[in-house]
Design a binder for this molecule. Structure first.
Ligand code: RNT
Ligand code: ZN
Length: 413
C-alpha cells in the first residue's frame, strides 16, 4: 500500500520519502499536565484556578513524579516523531518538603533532567502563576500591591534561571513560556493601569539576560478565562507589542482567540517579524475548553503554515489540552498522534507548485489541485511512518487498555 501511495504522490511531484524524513525530525513538545489534570506535585490541596478547568473524574491519574514519569514513558512509546517534554513549575520535585514558588532552583528539576537525558528528550518550561494563595483577586504580575507583584516576579525569575540551566545542560534552548490569568470578571474601571504594571513587572523579569542558546522567552496571550470574562490584562495586542519591542517571542494558543480568528493565519504574519513563533495546540469547543486535539481542519491548516514556510525549526510546537473525562493516556496519545498526522499530511503537498499557481493567478487550477490532494492515500504513508519508527498502528489503544488494567486501575481514587 505504501509503494502505491508513493507513486500517487510522486505524480504530483511529492516525494514521500522526504516527507517521512522531515516529519520525524520536527520537535513537538508534549505537555506533562495532561497526566494529572494540571495539579502538580505541591500537595497544597489548592484547586486548579486561573480561569482554566479540567473537567471529568476518570480514574487513574498520576499522583507522584514516579507515576507521571511512568505514564510519560508509556505514552511516549505510542507517539512517533521527535519529542520534547513541556514542564510547569508546579511539577518541581522535592523530597516531601514544601517549596515556595519564589524559591525554586534548578535542583528541583534535576530528576526531570535526568529522566529526559536518559530518553534523549529535551525539556521546555512554564512558570506557574495560578492555583496558589499568592494569586490575589485573580491577579499576579499586574496586581496593584507591589508585594504581590514582587513575589511573582521572583517566581518567574527563578523559572527563567531553571530554564536557562536546563537549556545549557541539554544543549538545546529551553522555551520558557509565561502565561498569567490576570483579569476581571466584570467591567473594568481601569484597563491601562494593570497593563502598565504587567509591562513593568515583565521588564524587571527580563532585565536578567541569558544566552539565547539556553533559553527562548515567550509570552502567551489570552482572550478570557472562566470567571474572568470581561478583561484579560495579557491580551494579544499587549503581548505582541511587548514581545516585538523587547526582543522576545510570542506564543499563540489557538484556544485563546475569537472563534473565527485563525491561528494558522497568524503564524506567517508573525514569521515576517519574529525569528521564532511558539504554539500551544489545543481544541476549543465554543470556548478555550482544551479538548483533545483531533485531526481536523484547524490543526491541518496550522501544520500547513509551518511546513510550507519551511518554519519547522522556527515554530516551536507545543500541545496544550487536558481532558479528565477519558483515559488520560489515550487523550495524550490521540492529540499527539494527530499533531504528527497533520505535519505529515502537510509535508505531502506540492507547496512550490501550489505557490506558483497562486502567483500566476491560476485560481481555478489551484482550487482543483487542493481538492484532489484531499483524497490521496494519506493513511498508507501514515502507517509506513509508524512502522518505520516501531510505533503501534491502529491497535495502539489495546496497549492503553492493558496499561489501564495493569497500572492505572491499581491507583486508588
Ligand atoms: C491557559 C493557557 C496555559 C495553560 C497551561 C497549563 O489558558 O493555555 O498555557 O493551559 O499553562
Ligand atoms: Zn496555552
Amino acid at each position: 500500500m505504501y509503494s502505491e501511495a508513493q507513486k500517487a504522490y510522486a505524480k504530483l511531484g511529492v516525494d514521500t520519502e522526504e516527507a517521512l524524513r522531515r516529519c520525524a525530525a520536527i520537535p513537538v513538545s508534549l505537555h506533562c499536565w495532561q497526566g494529572d489534570d494540571v495539579i502538580g506535585f505541591e500537595n497544597t490541596g489548592e484547586a486548579l484556578s486561573g480561569g482554566i478547568q479540567a473537567t471529568g473524574n476518570y480514574p487513574g491519574k498520576a499522583r507522584s513524579p514516579a507515576e507521571l514519569m511512568a505514564d510519560l514513558d508509556f505514552v511516549f512509546s505510542l507517539i512517533p516523531g521527535s519529542k520534547r517534554l513541556n514542564l510547569h513549575a508546579m511539577y518541581a520535585i522535592s523530597d516531601g518538603a514544601a517549596i515556595e514558588r519564589d524559591k525554586l532552583t534548578p535542583a528541583h528539576f534535576a530528576p526531570w533532567l535526568a529522566w529526559a537525558k536518559n530518553r534523549g528528550v529535551d525539556i521546555d518550561m512554564n512558570p506557574t502563576l495560578f492555583s496558589h494563595p499568592m494569586v490575589k483577586n485573580g491577579l499576579t504580575l499586574s496586581h496593584p500591591d507591589k508585594a504581590i507583584r514582587d513575589y511573582w516576579i521572583r517566581h518567574v525569575k527563578a523559572c527563567r534561571e531553571i530554564a536557562a540551566s536546563i537549556g545549557k545542560a541539554q544543549g538545546s534552548p529551553c522555551l520558557n513560556n509565561i502565561w498569567i490569568a490576570d483579569g476581571l470578571k466584570d467591567t473594568p474601571a481601569d484597563r491601562l493601569g494593570p497593563r502598565e504594571r504587567l509591562r513593568d513587572s515583565l521588564d524587571e523579569i527580563f532585565a536578567v539576560k541569558y544566552d539565547k542558546a539556553y533559553i527562548i522567552d515567550a509570552v502567551e496571550s489570552k482572550l478570557f478565562g472562566i470567571g474572568l470574562e470581561a478583561y484579560t490584562v495579557g491580551s494579544s495586542e499587549f503581548y505582541l507589542a511587548y514581545a516585538a519591542t523587547r526582543g522576545i517571542n510570542a506564543l499563540l494558543d489557538n484556544g485563546h482567540f475569537h472563534p473565527t480568528e485563525k491561528v494558522a493565519d497568524k503564524i506567517p504574519a508573525l514569521l515576517a517579524f519574529f525569528d521564532k513563533v511558539a504554539l500551544h495546540i489545543t481544541r476549543g469547543v465554543h470556548w478555550d475548553s482544551d479538548h483533545v486535539v483531533l485531526f481536523e481542519d484547524e490543526l491541518k491548516e496550522i501544520a500547513i503554515e509551518i511546513i510550507r514556510n519551511h518554519a519547522e525549526h522556527r515554530v516551536l510546537i507545543g500541545l496544550d489540552y487536558f481532558d479528565a473525562s477519558i483515559n488520560r493516556l489515550a487523550a495524550w496519545a490521540v492529540g499527539a498522534r494527530n499533531a504528527q498526522k497533520a505535519l505529515l499530511s502537510a509535508l505531502l503537498m506540492p507547496h512550490e507548485t501550489l505557490r506558483h499557481l497562486q502567483d500566476a493567478a491560476e485560481n481555478t487550477r489551484l482550487m482543483v489541485c487542493l481538492e484532489e490532494l484531499k483524497t490521496l492515500p494519506f493513511g498508507a504513508v501514515w502507517d509506513e511512518y509508524l512502522a518505520r519508527q516501531n510505533i503501534a498502528g491502529a491497535d495502539w489503544f489495546q496497549r492503553v487498555e492493558e496499561y489501564e488494567r495493569t497500572v492505572l486501575s491499581k491507583r486508588a481514587a
